[in-house]
Each structure stands twice: as structure tokens, then as C-alpha cells.
Design a protein around this ligand. Structure first.
Ligand code: ADP
Length: 319
């Protein structure tokens, strides 16, 4: 293999740049050229790409977002556009593609691999919800962003003796809510994977008040309900007024943490190795700190991370 392509797709995640850098440097180390394809599958269809030399990925390891830009491209789901993109790649002499993104992007890579283009997926999404891997690039940075925000909100909540509801991202997954809630010492955490009980949340707030707690923090994953809806339900049953913060897109930005830079470097370099071994329709995964590759078909399985251990712990520690 003499020339490969790399693109970033779907929701961006801190560490995508570090992964691009790793792909370019590792491939160059093996004498393979890398073309950066702009705007995800949108640019793939149009053949919008540029040669990335060693210097072009200098000074980006610490930058959030993605140098190659990202997109959500609905028409890419149609085979005729997938074939159009593959033709553009053939014309440019590109023999393999590394797709950095979440499970939606992996579905696209799966389709391309089935049409004959060698494809490897690198999991990158702040939600940490890609089936087949314990970790996705960006999760650690997003968690730190949320925890910093919750710490600040707790300061003001304490001063005013308020109860705050903080809504965090995660699509259908409660990973960000659960991990950040545990790390920030939230009184209640509401995630899609575990049932919740409004009466119990109210009882927790009241128990806290009874022992003169100055504040209460509730973290709700966006996949369960909006913070405003939860505030309405709690107010209706208990009469307590809640303050609301929706953290929104700050969770997707920022300089990647050291951990995400290391993981992105490992994932990106490993993806190049897989392509050079002639592998296709595979994704990079990690478990117990060991990298491995797995069939992209696994993303079609509905797999939920086991949350019960951490969830129970969070309840035990926030009585
Ligand atoms: P993420 O990769 O972060 O999960 P999306 O779910 O938005 O983000 O997917 C990113 C892009 O991947 C979509 O805009 C689309 O171009 C492509 N994609 C998603 N699902 C499929 C599919 N079933 N077949 C082909 N391409 C898909």
C-alpha cells in the first residue's frame, strides 16, 4: 500500500487531531503517503482532499476539534454516493481509508468496505458509546470539562443554598453523566441505562437538607429527558425550585487531555498497522489497556456498557 486516506466524521471529539497526526506520522514512517479528506463523507463524495506531509500535522496534537473538519452527510447513506466517492479515491490512487468517528461513521465505513475499499475505523466520540471497545477518543476530555463546570456550579449552589439540575450530553448513553456525576460527587445521577424514581430523588434532597447540606446537584443525561422537564416534575411533586444548567457543546470542545492524546496516538498508529497488514472492515478497540481489532459488523449489535457497578457506587457515596 503506497497511499491511504483519512477523514473525521460525525460529532467531533477532542483528540481527533492527535489521531490524524498519528495516522500521518505512522504511515510516513512506513513510507506510505496520507491524503486528508475534508468534511467527512461530504468531502469523500466530492474527492475533496489534500496531501498531508509530516509538517502539516505539526502543532495540532493539543488542539480540539478536527483539522479536517467533520460533517453529517445524509446522502452518503445512498450507495450511488458511496460508489462515487470510491471512484474519486481510485482516481487519486488511494488504496485504504481510515475513518475517525462514532458508530454512525463506522456504518459508513462498513458500507465502503463491502463495496471493496479497504477501511479501518478509529472510535472517537465524547459519548464513549461505540460497541466493541471500552474507550473512545474524547471521553476523558469531555468528562473533565463537565467536572470542571459542575465544580463551579457547586460553588454558587453552596453560596445560595440551591439545588441544581445539570444536563449533560451522551445521546442514548449515560456514560458522561455517570462518570462525571461520580467524579463531581453529584447527589443524584439519572441515566438511560438505569431506572429512576422521582420520589427517591426528592427524598435524597430532603435528607440532605435535614443534615444541613447547603446544596444538591442532580446530573441528568440528555437521553433520559431535558433538565427543564425534570425540574418541572420535581417541582410538581415537592414544591422545590431547581436551577437548571444545560452544558451543551462546551462538552465537545477544548484541548484534549493527556489521556486522550495518548489514546488517539495509539489508536491512529494501530489503524495504519491494520491497513498495512491488508486488513479491512475492522475497527480499533481497547480492553484492559490492550489494543485489538474487531469486525465493523459488531456496531450493529446493541451493546450497552455495564453501568450497574458505578451506578450503585455513586448512590452509596452520595447518601
Ligand atoms: P457519529 O459517527 O458521531 O456516530 P453520525 O451518526 O452523525 O455520527 O454519523 C456520521 C455520518 O456517517 C453520517 O452523517 C453519514 O454520512 C454516515 N452514516 C451514518 N449511518 C450510516 C449508514 N447506515 N450507512 C452509511 N453511512 C452512514
Amino acid at each position: 500500500m503506497r497511499r491511504i486516506g483519512v477523514l473525521t466524521s460525525g460529532g467531533d471529539a477532542p483528540g481527533m487531531n492527535a489521531a490524524i497526526r498519528a495516522v500521518v506520522r505512522k504511515a510516513n514512517y512506513h513510507g506510505v503517503e496520507v491524503y486528508g479528506i475534508y468534511h467527512g463523507y461530504e468531502g469523500f463524495i466530492q474527492g475533496k482532499m489534500e496531501l498531508l506531509d509530516l509538517g502539516s500535522v505539526g502543532g495540532i496534537i493539543q488542539r480540539g476539534g478536527t483539522k479536517l473538519y467533520s460533517s453529517r452527510c445524509a446522502k452518503f447513506k445512498e450507495q450511488k454516493y458511496q460508489l462515487q466517492g470510491i471512484e474519486k479515491m481510485k482516481d487519486a490512487g488511494i488504496e485504504g481509508l481510515i475513518v475517525i468517528g462514532g458508530d454512525g461513521s463506522f456504518r459508513g465505513a462498513y458500507a465502503l468496505a463491502d463495496l471493496g475499499l479497504k477501511c479501518i475505523g478509529v472510535p472517537a466520540t465524547i459519548d464513549n458509546d461505540v460497541p466493541g471497545t471500552e474507550y473512545t477518543i474524547g471521553f476523558d476530555t469531555a468528562l473533565n470539562t463537565v467536572v470542571n463546570a459542575v465544580d463551579k456550579i457547586r460553588d454558587t449552589a453552596t453560596s445560595h443554598e440551591n439545588t441544581f439540575i445539570i444536563e449533560v450530553m451522551g445521546r442514548h448513553s449515560g456514560n458522561i453523566a455517570l462518570w462525571s456525576g461520580l467524579a463531581a460527587g453529584a447527589e443524584s445521577i439519572i441515566i438511560p441505562e438505569e431506572p429512576y424514581d422521582i420520589d427517591e430523588i426528592i427524598a435524597r434532597i430532603k435528607r440532605g437538607e435535614a443534615r444541613r447540606k447547603k446544596h444538591s446537584i442532580i446530573i441528568v443525561a440528555e437521553g433520559v429527558m431535558p433538565a427543564s422537564e425534570l425540574a418541572r416534575m420535581l417541582k410538581e411533586k415537592s414544591g422545590i425550585d431547581m436551577r437548571i444548567t444545560v452544558l451543551g457543546h462546551i462538552q465537545r470542545g477544548g484541548s484534549p487531555s493527556a489521556y486522550d492524546r495518548v489514546m488517539a496516538s495509539r489508536f491512529g498508529a494501530f489503524a495504519v498497522e491494520l491497513l498495512l497488514e491488508g486488513k479491512t472492515r475492522r475497527a480499533v478497540g481497547i480492553k484492559n489497556n490492550q489494543l485489538y481489532d474487531y469486525d465493523l459488523q459488531e456496531i450493529f449489535k446493541t451493546e450497552q456498557k455495564n453501568t450497574s457497578g458505578l451506578y450503585t457506587l455513586s448512590k452509596e457515596l452520595s447518601i
